[in-house]
Design a protein around this ligand. Sequence first.
Ligand code: GTP
Ligand code: MG
Length: 198
Amino acid sequence: LNYQTARFLTSAPTLAQCPPDTGAEVAFAGRSNAGKSSAINALTRQKSLARTSRTPGRTQLINFFTLGDDSGRRLVDLPGYGYAKVPEAVKREWQQHLAEYLRGRHSLRGLVLVMDVRRPLTEFDQTLLGWADDQDMPVHILLTKADKLKSGAAKSALQQVRSRLREWEDLVTVQLFSSLKRQGIDEAGVRLDDWLAD
Ligand code: GTP
Ligand code: MG
């Protein structure tokens, strides 16, 4: 698929206000500031399709991007989790929404779970993997900001994550990624193609 054709479709403040649940979509989830929006920009080869920020918690709405015009295929930029300054009650509410989205969204074909390669598999990352597993929802993990590590250290981080996820290897794939260095874009595209191609 040609991800360069992605265009902004709409923002939804809540899951109830998502666009119609038809066609096929892939959602990008992960900790606040992990690099989800940057990964969408790298994949679509657009500088500022998804808003990025040094300030954690930048993406607060669910942002939908459509591939081409009216193809019925979408990329979804989800708000990050784990941002310390968000009140506990708001965190819990968002986690609830995320669980509902995973459970109830028929057009959702797969989840891209974005993790900082230096801090992979946080507690909520693992919770999310458990939920995806409950739904038989495939997950592709991007260990991003790989440019922040030397190549040997990045490779060993990849191996460690792979071995920790062995119990889920049917459903979960993992790769190194860097939005800054444009590393791993083709590999990610291949996985998304699998999910989004009719
Ligand atoms: P929220 O929307 O707040 O949840 O954050 P996000 O996951 O969308 O992160 P975002 O893409 O906004 O990136 C957060 C910060 O990390 C920004 O300052 C980015 O420039 C930086 N960043 C993202 N990807 C990379 C990368 O591959 N390498 C490096 N070095 N920095 C990156
Ligand atoms: Mg974001």
